[in-house]
Ligand binder design. Sequence first.
Ligand code: DGY
Length: 320
Amino acid sequence: MATRIVVTRRIPDPAIELLESAGDVWVSPHDRPLSTAELHDAVRGADAAVTLLHDRVDDAFLDAAGPGLRIAANVAVGYDNVDVGACARRGVIVSNTPGVLTEATADIAFALILMSTRRLGEGERLIRAETGWSWSMFFMLGTGIQGKTLGIVGLGQIGLATARRARAFGMEVVYAGRRQAPEEVEAELGARLVPLDELLATADVVSLHCPLSAETRHLIDADALARMKPSAFLVNTTRGPVVDEAALADALRAGAIAGAGLDVFEREPEVHPGLIELENVVLIPHLGSATIETRTAMGVLAAQNVVAVLGGGAPVTPVA
Ligand code: DGY
């Protein structure tokens, strides 16, 4: 029987061409996430599945796919949508796409730092509202970042790339996380590992880069927000559920923190209505990796993982 490769939503052509070298490729014709029933129908009898961050790869998915499934290649660095344990129990390899989206996502994290501290979203809305404006010494004053402290939560590849940008902009860096960075990285950034509570209490900008897991779900809740300085900003480019959105809306409304920049949301594509109405939060629709170059590289890397596994080899970027 021909090898069946299922792609749950359209991905860039070079990735499809590569997959076609390894089997018969079925690509969802819908430009939307498949419903659970559609997803399960689609993967029936698949040897490989190329999944997107909105697809739940769990026991029900694996039951639907059947025993022939050899790899779930997630086209994302985050894989909180995949039950890695369930896959391991059935011998299904899981891969993700680290590395290729590091710089693009760090660009967006830094864009959100600048947008929120300098009130760029507000300024744009003001001009488009055509209600008139006039320059003055006190017009739309923001907060400068030079000499201020960036607190990175999770100094992985994207956290590190964001910290490098911060250093270039004259910021100090502290970080919190499970592991101490190598000495040379700390030296390059002039950064030190601090407990999360200390980071929250001292950072002028807190940028989240930890993966979503049971431990990090609502890591930034009402208590964590209360520890931050009233002058501080929160930026999230990792996964929405790391932040309790209702608590964040309350904190922003009450002036408990100065502002926030969000690329990700708890229940995408929904955004907490309490956030929509606030001026001091920048909201963008999960654009971290959204460049032509990056999305092509992500698709190709996922395809390389599939081709390697179907060819009997090891995936290029397995999930640990
Ligand atoms: C990822 O790769 O996890 C990103 O969220 C996709 O933009």
